[in-house]
Design a protein around this ligand. Structure first.
Ligand code: GDP
Ligand code: MN
Length: 336
């Protein structure tokens, strides 16, 4: 048999339907990318995949944020990657600096000590500003105020699969507030006092903590200790109004006052994840299995055949059931 005529690819969209971008029902949403000018090539790498796999059909806008002004080169060479609107914002100084209650000498000494102990980013101050900004401020940057949902993107991440529906609308229609694709264990040395601080917060504000929450995702002993599980926040699709609401803001303020963003090295991933776990229930948090994704060194690659065939990742690289993954805990906690 010399010629094999294959059936029409079952995966192609039904040609009798209008292309996805003809669908006028849209969420009020944007990509948000915190980045530096020197990461331009990595940003372009990622935008290329995001556009090809999803956004050329949907044209959701991009918001780029930076603690320094973006260069003309950065703007011109990102502008060229999409037809969608792009906004470039500078972060207000107060959102990327020490709050006045922080003892700077103490913070410096503890940071240098963490560096000597070999903790990853242990001696890095700008990394701490980044984590605090992503924990408490990006969603109230002036450019973000007009949006209801965000998709966080980082330079150099990969998107492997065709996304033939609108994840923002999916979140909205299902009243979901937080979506993720990789979960894993945090380095304990970066969050030593985070959970004790959260426990004090929950004691002081019991009215903010709903009964049927997901707290067991982050604790194995009924709330006594943190099990280090968190959603990897370099990918998030979530509800901005949840973060801008009174519960999250009071929580962030409480953590910020405690000083752990500077005296330790609290990451925005455990901070967001613990918030999702204590404030939300399992119907409000969504695992996006269908979004194949890589942020070095971990990959989420769908393994179900129906999903896999829309993707260019290797299902053998899927991180979900490897030793550092929190997928098993997620499944235990969300099982009916
Ligand atoms: P990691 O993923 O934890 O290793 O940290 P990254 O270096 O990827 O930083 C997380 C995000 O914050 C990325 O989108 C970076 O581009 C961004 N970022 C980190 N540090 C800075 C900084 O000093 N300035 C700006 N503008 N962006 C930063
Ligand atoms: Mn990163």
């Amino acid at each position: 048999q010399l010629v094999v005529v294959s059936e029409p690819h079952p995966n192609l969209p039904d040609p009798s339907l209008p292309p996805a971008w003809h669908n006028t029902t849209r969420a009020n949403a944007a990509f948000v990318i915190l980045t530096r000018n020197k990461e331009l090539d990595d940003v372009r790498w990622t935008m290329r995949q995001l556009e090809a796999r999803f956004n050329h059909k949907f044209n959701y806008p991009y918001v780029f944020l930076n603690d320094e002004p973006f260069t003309e080169e950065f703007k011109e060479l990102t502008r060229g990657m999409t037809n969608a609107k792009i906004q470039y914002g500078i972060i207000p100084h107060g959102h990327w600096s020490y709050p006045e209650w922080i003892d700077v000498d103490k913070a410096t000494a503890l940071r240098e000590q963490m560096g000597r102990e070999g903790v990853i980013y242990g001696d890095n101050l700008s990394y701490r500003h980044m984590c605090r900004f992503e924990s408490g401020f990006f969603f109230r940057h002036p450019l973000m105020l007009e949006y209801d949902y965000y998709w966080r993107v980082e330079p150099s991440v990969d998107f492997y699969c065709d996304i033939d529906y609108d994840p923002f609308l999916y979140m909205k229609e299902n009243k979901m507030k937080y979506g993720w694709t990789i979960s894993l264990f945090e380095y304990e040395s970066t969050v030593r006092t985070l959970w004790p601080t959260v426990k004090n917060f929950m004691k002081e504000y019991p009215d903010l903590i709903p009964e049927n929450n997901l707290i067991d995702f982050v604790t194995n002993d009924g709330g006594d200790t943190y099990n280090m599980c968190h959603f990897w926040s370099n990918f998030e699709i979530a509800d901005l109004n949840w973060l801008r609401g009174p519960a999250y803001l009071r929580y962030f303020e409480y953590l910020d006052r405690a000083g752990g963003f500077f005296y330790e090295r609290w990451g925005d991933a455990p901070v967001h994840s613990i918030a999702a776990a204590i404030f939300l229930n399992k119907t409000e948090v969504h695992f996006f299995d269908d979004i194949g994704y890589r942020h070095n060194p971990f990959t989420h690659c769908p393994t179900r055949r129906e999903l896999q065939k829309k993707c260019h990742c290797n299902a053998d690289d899927n991180f979900d059931y490897s030793a550092y993954s929190c997928m098993r805990r997620w499944e235990e906690v969300t099982r009916d």
